[in-house]
Write a protein that binds this ligand. Structure first.
Ligand code: ARG
Length: 406
């Protein structure tokens, strides 16, 4: 397009991590799509310096570079609902990467709209879940934006990418190649590839970064009390007005120090592949287990049991890239309703790779020692038991009389 004698290119908003792939992508998008690149770096609690990423993007030739610290938004709007849902994919994975993708997509869509960009680009490959989560989230928020995934299109090995960077004037600092593919944010760290692809191989020490080997954890247990209000953590050890971000950071540290929070499992990817995944998610596992424990005390049996399959479905929606879907919103409405009375405290003991729940209390507890006790003060009506059992067992008595098999 030419506007008053000047060539005006269309714009692409690129999710920029500052690493080799997305750095090469800046130049590749300029060359192959003739686009102006707007780089966006988003912090969701992972290590790394956002300002450095911005500087590098501009140096490579991005026309604009943004940095966002979205950790609090991630915690409040994505982790909070997932925690209320006790969301664990396949019963194991707390979905750290999966629930960060819709937030990153949302921020990129906002910038694309502000900048009048017709394209959004990301650095996902063709074999993972993340491409699906980005593409579907972006489509749900801005159906007219076109998505480019350079790494899905180009066929370059790492060495070829480095060569491309050299030949095309992309300043990169080539670090020693990490033997794994890592993704991390405040809710967890994932580690895949390399020797881990042999599902029978025990993960080597260098696969872990957040947690010590349980055998090297302190010999003294540590107790931590987690306070909840309406299903969300509000503090630790008597402090009841801590920001959730701070609580998660503290629990990641405490759990990691005691060697708690490692997950090693086989996972069904959305694209049909099974993969072997290693995660470290101390805070997520502590909080989900504590939260679920409190629910057992406060929810009726019916609500607790009905919520289980809802949680499983919720986890699948998060995993499968359907965060921005009517079903997820409807399930959130149900789940929120169940959290009205989830107030109280859960006491946990961390010791050598374990986090055991050792106590809980709630002002809305349905647990009644007067009914439960086998000691003095029992107010359960023992005579009612017989009548109840007679009625409860009546259908089976009828079956035994009329349809007896032998
Ligand atoms: N298997 C996890 C998931 O699909 C983690 C993915 C990590 N992503 C990455 N690019 N290394 O959510």
């Amino acid at each position: 397009m030419v506007v008053s004698g000047k060539v005006v290119r269309d714009k692409v908003v690129l999710a920029y991590s500052g690493g080799l792939d997305t750095s090469v992508a800046i130049r590749w998008l300029q060359q192959n799509y003739d686009l102006d690149v707007i780089a966006v770096s988003i912090n969701v609690g992972q290590p790394g310096n956002l300002q450095e990423a911005v500087d590098r993007a501009l140096k490579i030739g991005a026309v604009q570079a943004y940095a966002f610290n979205a950790t609090d938004e991630f915690v409040n709007d994505y982790i909070g609902p997932s925690l209320k849902a006790n969301a664990l994919y396949m019963g194991s994975y707390p979905l750290a990467t999966a629930i960060a993708r819709p937030l990153i997509s949302k921020i990129m869509v906002d910038i694309a709209k502000k900048e009048g960009a017709k394209f959004i680009a990301h650095g996902c490959t063709a074999k993972g879940n993340d491409q699906v989560r980005f593409d579907v989230s972006i489509a749900a928020l801005a159906p007219d934006i076109k998505i480019i995934a350079p790494m899905r299109e180009w066929v370059m090995t790492r060495e070829e990418e480095i060569e491309y960077a050299r030949q095309n004037d992309v300043p990169i600092t080539v670090k020693k190649e990490c033997p794994y593919s890592i993704d991390e944010n405040i809710w967890g760290r994932s580690c895949e590839c390399g020797v881990l692809e042999d599902a029978m191989v025990e993960p080597p020490r260098d696969a872990f970064e957040w947690t010590v080997d349980p055998s090297e954890a302190p010999d003294e247990p540590q107790y931590v009390e987690i306070h909840f209000k309406k299903g969300l953590p509000i503090g630790l050890d008597g402090h009841k007005d801590m920001p959730m971000t701070k609580i998660i950071e503290s629990l990641n540290e405490i759990g990691g120090r005691h060697g708690y929070g490692r997950i090693d499992h086989i996972e069904d990817r959305l694209v049909g592949i099974k993969s072997r995944e290693i995660y470290e998610s101390p805070a997520a596992l502590i909080l989900i287990n504590a939260h679920k424990d409190l629910e057992k005390m406060v929810l009726t049996k019916d609500v607790f049991n009905f919520k289980r399959p809802v949680e499983q479905r919720y986890s699948e929606l998060c995993y499968d890239g359907l965060w921005f879907s009517p079903l997820r919103e409807a399930l959130d409405a149900f789940i929120d309703q169940t959290q009205e009375f989830i107030d109280g405290t859960v006491r946990m003991k961390l010791y050598k790779g374990n986090a055991t729940i050792v106590g809980r209390s709630s002002p809305h507890s349905l647990y009644d020692t007067g009914l439960a006790t086998y000691a003095q003060g029992d107010h359960f009506d023992h005579h009612s038991a017989e009548g109840f059992i007679y009625v409860w067992g009546l259908p089976l008595r009828s079956v035994a009389k009329v349809q007896k098999k032998q």
